[in-house]
Design a protein around this ligand. Structure first.
Ligand SMILES: C[S@@+](CC[C@H](N)C(=O)[O-])C[C@H]1O[C@@H](n2cnc3c(N)ncnc32)[C@H](O)[C@@H]1O
Length: 414
């Protein structure tokens, strides 16, 4: 059985949490790529290999980056198998590498893709890949679900034709393996940290330009502070990995380094060039002057001590001040222009809820009464608690954080 494949040249998909599609689109545009379509939880675009590498080193907002390879129409599992077997997998990777297959289905269409059992489909795809390698007398790759060298993603969506029984399977390769948003700067185990790219995306949604003091009243492990600092200093988002590469430039930190397309002299040179460029930016950031203050605060003393240790490790302890007072009493910089940020606890237990009510209410009151040139921005999954802030909001966004539906609310005091 022969399935006609459509080759997708220089096409990529970058994923992001729901609600951060526009900041991601803007970021990708600034990195020079050609946007094709913004969809729920991500952006489709065309890019050169050099631009894709730039995204790996610099994107603050993407969760993952995928290289699109082919798409084809299928009616059933058998056609999926034969379509997969049609792909010359050797072009992408060698059979000694371990693979993992993930199948996702589009939920944007009312006619959900009829293929329900994604686990079974991933086995069908794995068989198709292995059988193609075997047909080419190349052995077959092993499967490693924990630590794969190559992650193959198959995205299924219903055909555009409403009368068609077919679905479209798009085959993508996870470019980096480890999510781009795992920056690796949180050395100490944090309690309820926000994902790094959510913090970065929120900072962009708030249009923070680095000219207001960035104050996180309930900073926890300091994700928002650190992401704001990275933005203000123009530090490449991959700075932790760059530090590792400085020690050993042959380290394989991302999956794309194992792909056959990156074995060409031209693409190897492109990686070296991007590492060099990013190092240069990292060096330049060290002498970049800041136009605002960074201040983190948390009531939990141990949390503050952990953050201080992390900041010392990063060498940023002079630039980011950290204190431990009750956010309700925070009074510093009250005459200055501040972005007062808070990601307060969401509350699960009843006794906690009662004191939370007070925390949310008092956060608003302290801001209203004492910070006349500032704005207060609160990010929380607890809509009832947000209603305790007795101020009129100027902006509201919905952003998903894992399974939680969170609200980002901005209040102005001028
Ligand atoms: C959801 S966590 C913040 C997580 C943080 N955004 C991060 O990425 O790590 C909420 C934090 O608020 C702190 N907190 C709770 N009540 C507080 C209060 N009254 N004043 C200051 N901080 C408080 C907690 O100790 C906790 O670290």
């Amino acid at each position: 059985m022969s399935i006609p494949l459509r080759k997708l040249n220089d096409q990529y998909f970058a994923s992001c949490p729901l609600g951060l599609e526009v900041p991601l689109e803007n970021e990708l545009k600034n990195l020079g790529v050609q946007i094709q379509e913004v969809v729920k939880r991500g952006v489709n675009f065309k890019a050169t290999t050099e631009q894709a590498l730039k995204i790996v080193f610099h994107s603050r907002i993407a969760s993952r980056l995928f290289l699109k390879t082919f798409n084809f129409k299928i009616k059933n599992e058998k056609e999926l198998y034969f379509g997969i077997k049609e792909i010359n997998w050797k072009r992408f990777f060698d059979p000694h590498l371990a693979i993992k297959v993930i199948v996702t289905r589009s939920t944007t269409d009312k006619r959900y893709s009829k293929f329900q059992n994604t686990l079974y489909l991933s086995q069908v795809i794995k068989d198709g890949i292995c059988d193609r390698f075997k047909k080419d007398n190349l052995g077959r790759p092993d499967v490693d679900l924990k630590n794969p060298d190559v992650i193959i993603n198959c995205h299924l969506r219903p055909s555009e034709n409403p009368h068609s029984q077919k679905s479209i399977a798009t085959i993508l390769i996870d470019f980096t393996g480890e999510p781009l948003c795992n920056r690796g700067y949180r050395v100490k185990d944090a309690k309820a940290p926000v994902r790094e790219n959510i913090a970065a995306g929120i900072i962009d949604l708030l249009e923070w330009k680095g000219d207001e003091n960035f104050i996180d009243l309930t900073c926890g492990s300091g994700t928002f502070l650190i992401e704001a600092y990275i933005k203000a200093k123009k530090i490449p988002a991959s700075f932790m990995k760059l530090n590792l590469l400085q020690k050993n430039e042959h380290l394989k930190l991302w999956n794309f380094q194992k792909l056959n397309i990156f074995k060409s002299a031209q693409n190897r040179k492109a990686i070296q060039k991007e590492i060099k460029n990013s190092h240069k930016l990292l060096e330049e950031s060290k002498s970049k002057k800041l136009d605002c203050l960074f201040h983190g605060n948390d009531i939990h003393y141990r949390t503050v001590m952990n953050l201080k240790e992390d900041l010392r490790y990063l060498g940023w302890q002079e630039d980011i001040k950290v204190t431990s007072v009750d956010a309700r009493d925070f009074a510093d910089y009250s005459t200055q222009k501040n972005l007062l940020f808070s990601n307060p606890p969401y509350g699960k237990r009843l006794d906690e809820e009662r004191s939370l009510e007070d925390l949310y209410y008092e956060l608003g009151e302290n801001f209203k009464n004492n910070f006349k040139k500032s704005r207060l921005c609160v990010f929380s999954a607890n809509r009832e608690m947000l209603k305790r802030i007795s101020l009129k909001h100027s902006k509201k966004h919905i952003i998903s954080h894992g399974s939680l539906d969170c609200r980002l609310v901005e209040y102005l005091n001028f």
